[in-house]
Design a protein around this ligand. Structure first.
Ligand code: FUL
Length: 497
């Protein structure tokens, strides 16, 4: 039975205007200050744009440009424009369709790499597609990319290298104001709905620099006036997260497709920092092919198992995965890559596409649950209602609590996925998953898996493997025992696959 205090009753009940009521079970707890009995946030907190960014989870990376035709990874900046001569019309829509088939929700196109060659008709330099004599070179890559993404209902963003080994002005103030910022601005013309601006860390060194052929170094935080740049970007593109030096999402610390099992959305590196003061979730950039970020002849595409490992060790560990598939000299993704992407998408659907916890016969309970607010509940059921805005919460001060999911008959289970309600901060520090074949006996699982943090999403392979799918376990129940947290834990979703 639930008790709801009206506002008037509240005021009458307490001279100082604060009232709380809770009976032992099922319970409403209200105060004038907090009528919904919402848990206090645990800082740092993500911004709305960081949450939206995190929800993108898995997206493509497309390194394409002058290097595709020179075989280099870092062009020096002195390449003749006509070397950029696609053998067919480049087709960004084909790139995005291919990664969409893999279950990706968006993509980032490299539209200027360190060599400075621009893949759109820019007014900032003649070192662009417009100076190539090839007809196929004239395709405006960012424009087509943005249009295709919108058409396919995908998110998109651009990598515009701040380091420019072609520009005579690189290293001077003029480069920032007249070249780099204007290029960012020009790219906004293709849409204000970019979700991420990739601000690359490689910044300065030797280069052509308009014929000077010297070495130039800059201090990237002061040179680009990052706080101002970030504010300007947000004014024009409110949902665009500035990756890297922008401080809104961080490099995970390797290009090998893995994040730490312990991974805080603050601080730096593979594990972040539990005590970090600014929200900064990790993004893992990895190459799906063997030879480099750009296309190289003779390259091969990684196996399904290798890609699966990347996914499990990034998306499954509270990071996002930006997976690179380089278009070739036709301006298209090679057939082998397209086929692998399709295969990956099928595996993703088969393995993580059907959440058994959403079945009607799945019941869920928790050993402690927060009292309801005026209109909000914190029931365990909120974790299996398919709604990411409703969540289960433990009462204040409770950081040791067990959630139990039960089925009337055994079901075949491979993975358990958890998602914290990160709007109110990342909390869980230590947890354990146990399973039951009969609803009575509870057994340890996930051998060798470190179960510490959760964050936006954590996927636990019950067989302990991030590569082998295995045959799963026939179980009636799963328990998640949260052993420690920064404050009362909050989950919006528990999934069973
Ligand atoms: C690095 C660059 O130097 C590489 O060429 C590549 O673009 C990678 C994603 O980021 O910093």
């Amino acid at each position: 039975m639930k008790h709801f205090y009206t506002l008037a009753a509240f005021v009458a009940a307490s001279a100082i205007g604060v009232m709380a009521h809770a009976d032992s079970f099922g319970l409403v707890q209200q105060s004038l200050a907090n009528p919904e009995n919402e848990p206090a946030p645990v800082h740092p907190l993500p911004s709305e744009r960081q949450i939206l960014w995190n929800e993108t989870e898995f997206y493509g990376f497309f390194h394409y440009g002058m290097n595709t035709f020179t075989g280099k990874e870092w062009g020096y900046g002195n390449e003749r424009e006509s070397i950029y001569a696609p053998t067919q019309k480049p087709n960004p829509r084909q790139w995005l369709e291919a990664v969409k088939a893999a279950g990706m929700k968006g993509g980032i196109a490299v539209v200027k790499h360190h060599d400075g060659f621009c893949l759109w008709p820019t007014e900032t330099t003649t070192h662009s597609i417009m100076s190539s004599t090839s007809e196929n070179a004239k395709v405006n890559i960012p424009e087509e990319f943005a249009n295709a993404a919108r058409d396919l209902d995908m998110k998109y963003g651009f990598y515009v290298s701040p380091w420019d080994r072609n520009s005579a002005y690189y290293g001077t103030d003029k480069y920032v104001s007249e070249v780099f910022l204007r290029q960012c601005y020009e790219l906004c013309e293709y849409g204000h709905d970019q979700f991420e601006m990739w601000f690359d860390g490689a910044n300065g060194g030797d280069g052509y620099y308009g014929g000077a052929n010297d070495t130039r170094s800059i201090d990237q935080t002061t040179y680009y006036d990052i706080p101002n740049l970030r504010d300007s970007v947000h004014k024009v593109m409110p949902n665009c997260v500035m990756w890297g030096v922008g401080g809104e999402a961080r490099w995970i610390g390797n290009e090998a497709g893995w994040a730490g099992e312990t991974n805080w959305a603050a601080g730096s590196g593979t594990s972040g920092d539990e005590n970090g003061t600014v929200w900064c979730a990790g993004e893992s950039d990895a190459k799906a092919t063997s030879a480099g970020w750009f296309w190289h002849s003779g390259q091969s595409v990684r196996s399904l198992n290798e890609l699966w490992k990347f996914y499990m060790e990034t998306v499954g560990r509270n990071a996002t995965l930006i997976l690179n598939f380089p278009p070739d000299q036709r301006g298209l993704l090679p057939d082998a890559d397209v086929a692998r992407l399709k295969e990956f998408g099928e595996a993703l659907k088969a393995r993580l596409g059907t959440d058994l916890a959403l079945r009607d016969d799945c019941t869920i309970t928790a050993t402690a649950t927060r009292a309801n607010g005026a209109t909000r509940t914190y029931d365990a059921k909120n974790m299996i209602d398919g709604d990411k805005e409703t969540y289960w919460a433990a009462p204040d001060g409770v950081t040791d609590v067990t959630i139990e999911l039960l089925f009337p008959e055994r079901v075949n289970i491979h993975y358990v996925a958890l998602q914290e309600y990160i709007r109110l901060g990342q909390r869980v520090k230590d947890f354990e998953v146990t399973v039951s074949p009969d609803g009575e006996q509870w057994l340890p699982t996930a051998n060798g898996v470190t179960t510490t943090t959760v964050g936006y999403k954590r996927i636990i392979p019950l067989n302990g493997s991030t590569t082998e799918y295995g045959s799963g376990y026939n179980l009636r129940g799963v328990r998640i025992h949260v052993k420690d947290a920064k404050a009362c834990p909050l989950f919006h979703t528990v999934s069973i696959f």
